[in-house]
Design a protein around this ligand. Structure first.
Ligand code: ADP
Length: 280
């Protein structure tokens, strides 16, 4: 297994006692598998990504990547979030290169400058930002900024990509373009991916498997293999009977669990505004 989670759970301490965010659960992820995590806001999806990334400790349980315990962040894991996380004072090229510069400063990269520069430039071409390599993030559209963030997540040649609603703030057309680009890149590099989304269509279009969580404290309600062939996936597929069948199945699970009308709407229509943390 690429990733093995065993008994992973999380509670946060608070003034009124502990908040249980995620109930202990097991999950195995195969090499190259694309898994979407869906569930009501506040059910612990971001918490789970932070634990897998080694950015936050689990309260219980362990995460192993290629049989090695994850104890802190490392280059083998690439991260991408919904909000803009580029450094505003660095050019697009410098932003994409940043993780390599950091690794080198920590003397963990050991890569020659020429090789690093070539990979940065390859990625800039792949994500369609070559002509904007010297621009600052503020000079780019939202979609272009997320392309740069995607290139930066991939530049360290991660084994695993963790994405937290990365296209949630984009308009529908840009979002479709980004989905296509992402599929192309991860299939090409066979990267194992955990992808958090509110959008069931997006989950079904991209994933090998969709894991559905309950409302907080999150527990796994279902883990569904996506049954139709990925080659056939496109916006037309949204009318396909097999697609609709799986979509209904996931929505029924979510509908049964979403507590408020607002949560239900977000789940059903994939609306992008995520309420503030703790507001579930
Ligand atoms: P999701 O990504 O599914 O919306 P989160 O993982 O962000 O959910 O949050 C799960 C629960 O944990 C929420 O109730 C949230 O309020 C709580 N939580 C998240 N981060 C913290 C934190 N740093 N301190 C305290 N509680 C937190």
């Amino acid at each position: 297994m690429k990733l093995s989670l065993r008994g992973v759970g999380k509670s946060y301490p608070g003034r009124r006692g502990e908040t249980s965010a995620l109930l202990p659960f097991d999950m195995d992820v195969r090499e190259g598998e694309f898994i979407s995590l869906v569930g009501p806001s506040g059910c612990g999806k971001s918490t789970l990504l932070h634990i897998v990334a080694g950015l936050a400790p689990a309260t219980t349980g362990t995460v192993d990547l290629d049989g090695e315990r994850v104890l802190g962040p490392g280059a083998e894991i690439g991260l991408m979030f919904q909000q803009q996380t580029l450094f505003p004072w660095l050019s697009v090229r410098e932003n994409v290169r940043f993780p390599l510069t950091l690794a080198r400063a920590r003397a963990r990269g050991g890569e020659r400058d020429g090789q690093a520069a070539a990979r940065v430039d390859d990625l800039l071409r792949l994500v369609g930002l070559w002509d904007f390599r010297d621009s600052l993030p503020a000079e780019l559209s939202g979609g272009m900024q997320q392309r740069a963030a995607l290139a930066r997540a991939l530049v360290g040649r991660p084994e695993v990509l963790l994405m937290d609603e990365p296209f949630g703030a984009l308009d529908a057309q840009t979002r479709e373009d980004m989905q296509e680009l992402l599929l192309h890149l991860i299939q090409h590099h066979r990267i194992t991916t955990l992808f958090v989304t509110h959008d069931v269509d997006e989950a079904l279009l991209l994933s090998d498997r969709v894991v559905v969580f309950s409302e907080r404290p999150g527990r796994v309600l279902a883990s569904l293999d996506v049954t139709f062939a990925r080659q056939a996936r496109s916006s037309e597929l949204k009318l396909d009977e097999a697609f609709l069948h799986q979509k209904r199945e996931i929505l029924a699970l979510l509908r049964g669990r979403a507590r408020t009308a607002a949560q239900r709407d977000r789940l059903l229509f994939g609306l992008t505004n995520t309420p503030s943390k703790g507001g579930s």
